[in-house]
Structure formats: C-alpha cells, structure tokens
Design a protein around this ligand. Structure first.
Ligand code: GUN
Length: 283
C-alpha cells in the first residue's frame, strides 16, 4: 500500500507559517493585500474566488474581489488592472482564467505589474523562472514541489516525468524540477509510447485533465505519483488524472484527489502575495 501525501495537512502547516509571518509583518505596518478579478459567472471560478477570499481572512491579509459582467470589454478590464497596479494596498493581482472570448488573455496578463503578478504568468516572470532567478512561482507547480519536499522525496538526479505541457502547470513544473537537479521529461498528447517513458520515472506529475489516465501498469514499482487533475465524473464525484486504485498498488507515495494538490494551490498564492508585500516594503 502506498503512503498518502496529504495536501490538506501540508497546506495547513504552511498556512500556519504564513500566518505567523503575517503577524510579524503587521508589527511593521505591512499588511499583504490581494485583489482577485473575476469576469463572468463560471461556477467553478466563483468557488475558487470564494476560497481565495477565505484564505485571506484566515491569514489576516487585506483582500478585494472584483466581479465584472461576462460582457466586459478588454479595455474595461485593462483599466481595472491599471488601477490595481497603482493601488498601494494591493500587492498581488490575480485575474481568474479562463476569460470570456472577447478578451485576449495574454494582453491582460502582460498588463499586470510583474511585481504584483502572484500567478507568475507575466512573460517577465516566466522568463525569470526559465533562468532560475525568480520570486514568484506559479501556484500549482510550487505546491507540487512543496508536497514532494515535505514528504521527503529526493529529487536530485531522479527521473521525473511530467505529463502535460500547459503554460500554467506542465511547462513551469518541468522547470522547477530541473532547478532541483532532476532529469526531466515532458510527455503530452503526441508523445509516442508514453507508457514506456512514464515507466522510467521515479516521480510522475500528471496534469492533462483526463480522468484516470495514468494507470498502475504504466508505473515503475515504488514511483511517486503527483496527481494535478481534478475532473468531475457523471456521478458528481471528483476524480484525478491517475487511476488511484491501480496506481496505489504499484507506487510508494501518491496524492489523493481531492485533498492532494488542490489545497496547495491557494496556499502558494498566499505565499506569493506575502513575498510581493515584503518586496514592496524592501524586506
Ligand atoms: N484558473 C485555473 N487555475 C488558475 C490559476 O492558477 N490562476 C488563475 N489566474 N486562473 C486560474
């Protein structure tokens, strides 16, 4: 039986650390501030935004929520981003993706002050991650690194396979693992003999959004499985990209869905916001 990597527990431990640091910062009159911008009323995005607000309350951050109608124009959204860039109370700006079709996502991301880009999606921050000189780390890959390190998984010299090549998860994930001196392979929908590549891996991070895609027969015995996927099955249950039952029989450690990577993402957003506030204060 594999050991469970609990994102719930690790996330709670990190939040306790952040809460303590926030209280210390308050003594120096620094209160981390996060603005979350939501365009339209996608139900999943609404849940994320609510959870972000709760996390701010829990840690003692200042938070603002900006909910704009689905027919908001690009100009209107850029105007809001510009205003938030200039607002001293706000250290982090998060524009919830995806955005409605009439808005060009990359233009909006590029308009965010890179020092307030707590998602680390701005090209300047993406470039910084590439060269290994970064302050903000995209929240999901950052959460995965924390899960691995706090579970005692050694990465140096290990074979790590990332399944998925998205800008939000797969690509930055590969870079972070590389910075930990792992040997990294990225697999995707066009990879030939994907199972043969995955079978070499000591650590597999799966982030392709296909329920139960990764199965136990694709794994080397004792591999570590990190499941980034969260899909809702027709019966309403949440399901990851890994087939938990067959993977658990072969691997040494695995993240559950829910309760694995999910709880880490917002915690990492809180960490980036604290970093932004400290940077602004010259600390
Ligand atoms: N939508 C899904 N994940 C994310 C994320 O990490 N950041 C933003 N801004 N939008 C998202």
């Amino acid at each position: 039986m594999a050991q469970l990597i609990s994102g719930k527990e690790i996330s709670a431990a990190i939040r306790a650390e952040l809460k303590e640091e926030t209280a210390r910062l308050k003594e120096q009159d620094v209160v981390p501030g996060l603005a979350v911008v939501l365009v339209g009323d996608d139900p999943a995005s609404k849940v994320y935004v609510r959870n972000k607000k709760r996390a701010c309350e829990e840690l003692g951050y200042y938070s603002e929520e900006h909910t704009l109608p689905a027919d908001t124009t690009q100009e209107q959204l850029l105007e809001l981003v510009k205003r938030l860039n200039g607002d001293e109370r706000i250290h982090g700006i998060l524009v919830q993706l995806p955005l409605p079709r009439q808005i060009d996502e990359q233009s909006v991301i590029a308009a965010i002050d890179p020092d307030k880009d707590v998602d680390a999606f701005h090209p300047v921050n993406v470039g910084r991650i590439m060269i290994g000189d970064y302050r903000f780390v995209p929240c999901t890959p950052a959460g995965v690194i924390e899960l691995l390190e706090r579970s005692g998984v050694e990465l140096e010299g290990k074979e790590c396979v990332v399944i998925g090549r998205s800008n939000i998860v797969g690509k930055p994930m590969a870079m972070l693992l590389l910075h930990k001196n792992a040997t990294v392979t990225i697999c995707h929908s066009r990879t030939k003999d994907l199972a043969d590549v995955v079978r070499r891996a000591d650590v597999v991070v799966v982030a392709i959004g296909r329920p139960k895609f990764l199965t136990g027969d694709m794994l080397k015995k004792g591999a570590v499985v990190i499941d980034v996927g969260t899909s809702r099955l027709p019966d309403g249950k949440l399901c990851g990209d890994a087939d938990f039952v067959s993977c658990e029989a072969v691997c040494s450690q695995i993240t559950p869905v829910p309760g694995g990577v999910g709880p880490m993402t917002i915690t990492m957003l809180m960490k980036n916001t604290l970093t932004a506030a400290k940077m602004r204060a010259g600390l």
